[in-house]
Design a protein around this ligand. Sequence first.
Ligand code: ATP
Length: 343
Amino acid sequence: AGARVSGAGAVLLGIDHVDKRFGFGAGQIAALDDATFEIRDNEFFTLLGPSGCGKTTLLRIIAGFEHPTSGRVLLDGRDIGHEPPFKRPVNTMFQSYALFPHLNVRQNIAYGLEMLRWKPADIKRRVDEVLELVQMPAFADRRTTQMSGGQQQRIALARALAPRPRVLLLDEPLSALDLKLRKAMQGELKRLQKETSLTFVMVTHDQEEALALSDRIAVMNKGKVLQVAAPAEIYARPSTCFVADFIGEANLIPSGLVGRPEGRTISIRPEQISVDPRPAAGHRGIAATVTGVTFLGADTLIEARCTGDISIRARLRGAVSGISVGERAEFSWDRANEWMLDA
Ligand code: ATP
């Protein structure tokens, strides 16, 4: 868990045994169950998990829109868990962007600074600065209703950055964009985080996005934080079967099937498996019947059934010939690449 992150500094935010329950009695929902971890200064941090896992609730607790049922939210070691949102050095960029349609770009960005009673000259300077930062200086006088999704996104980012928060919260920031624009904006978000040296905390259910952008990720499921670590660490050493399966693809094979003591599960990534009648020395192998061969361009996915309902997937480079559906084949992998999990 304690891998060093380049550029990230001291602990900024502490989430300390945070529980959040909604409702009463039998209808009560535990949205967060004992969440505990730290977010560092200048870190791109992501809350990742499936729908309903509690990630938005956690973001809203950091923002101050919700309060923990129990536990603390610490900023520089001070408990801010019951401070109102406007008193926190934290700002949120919402999924919907929430731009005002009747105001132009400059007025949209200035609005929050006026609320904070900044001087007009400072507001003007800061608006120009953040428009420069998101590469939209030519758009100052435009109506936001006349802009594309990507442009609106940049303006929403500029507006959220304008009051110089220490933490920027991003709730599914790219989910409204089409795939191509989404990829472009991923790079943009990363650049902005590095350029501003702010702490970004992003919510997403998209594991590829989380891997591509984050210094560290908290993987959540059913209100619990299952693992907090750098992307490569989570990918190579997932803490549970859920994490292994949620981050990338994983083959989860009962250890008994490959001659290991039972009661554990072996996790092995599809790209680390070869399909070869004569496995190399030091490799572990398992025989399986091929059920699918799918050419995907850069690689080919081979799916097969071992015994019972245990299946295995291998991702081989390029186009593959000589393996066909219905055949028995030997799937093998370097033991150094397998990872043991408690079942
Ligand atoms: P999604 O990706 O779908 O937004 P999420 O991981 O962000 O999901 P949350 O929105 O944090 O999940 O919700 C966690 C759980 O808490 C869910 O079961 C949700 O129905 C419940 N919940 C969230 N907010 C409230 C509320 N205000 N009142 C009652 N239940 C709530």
